[in-house]
Design a protein around this ligand. Sequence first.
Ligand SMILES: [Zn+2]
Length: 293
Amino acid sequence: MNFPINGARSARNYISILKCPVCGGRFDANGPQSLICPQGHAFDMAKQGYFNLTIRPAHSHYDKELFDARRSIITGSRLYAPLHETIAGMIANRAGNPASGGLVVDMGCGEGSHLQKIMHGLGPSGWIGLGVDLSKEGIRLAARQYADGLWVFSDLAHAPLQDQSVQVVLNLLSPANYREFKRILAPGGVLVKVVPGADYLRELRETLHGDSNKRDYSNANIVSLFRQHFSKMEVVHLKYRQWLDTEALRDFVRMSPLAWSAEQAKIAAFTDRDGAEITVDVDLLLGRNDSLS
Ligand SMILES: [Zn+2]
């Protein structure tokens, strides 16, 4: 399933959304695979089909193995399927007129599978998905795997997106930059941020860090910060368990920063079995840009 947009790989499809990361100017298409601003800053599409619009060196310690494992879990298991369905429902029901659609931007999209699944859930309804990440490896994999999507390698604190151009900002289990989110949200647009709850992936925490305080987690500070930026927020709590088989458990460990500091014996205890139920416990924080609507 591809994004509901045709010919997304033409630079012309980007010019109403993106802005020059050097001067902030509007882009024009400079042929089918290049963007250029009035001051002459030009950016060519990479051969995999994404734009590199970063102007400073990015540091990401997420490598291809992690992203491959992440894609396997998201697309090959149903671990996150209820989450995707819930978010697609929120977009369709609460982000203005569903018939009109609009732009859905995943800020911190990684290798793109969450966004792809959510766009799939929305169906051919006029919504366009765009993924932004500061990991070039993630964006490269996303562009290669999801050929009709729009993918941009960029600094998330200085997103090369035009002011008030976005109907839905997604921020899934990754750090937020509320100043940027509010700048790019159109009037009436919504931010959907997903934060872990206390029992998120609890089976992994208990096996790997059972005797340390890494087990305990509260999202209260994140929720409080969100409320400072979006006073009329809504919170949707989602908690469920899904079965992962042995292969999925191994992918699951490879994509989990939680496991990077764990002892090998504990990792083996987690993965060397027929499968396990894994808990997904998240809060979906919904904020609307009411400032100008
Ligand atoms: Zn420029």
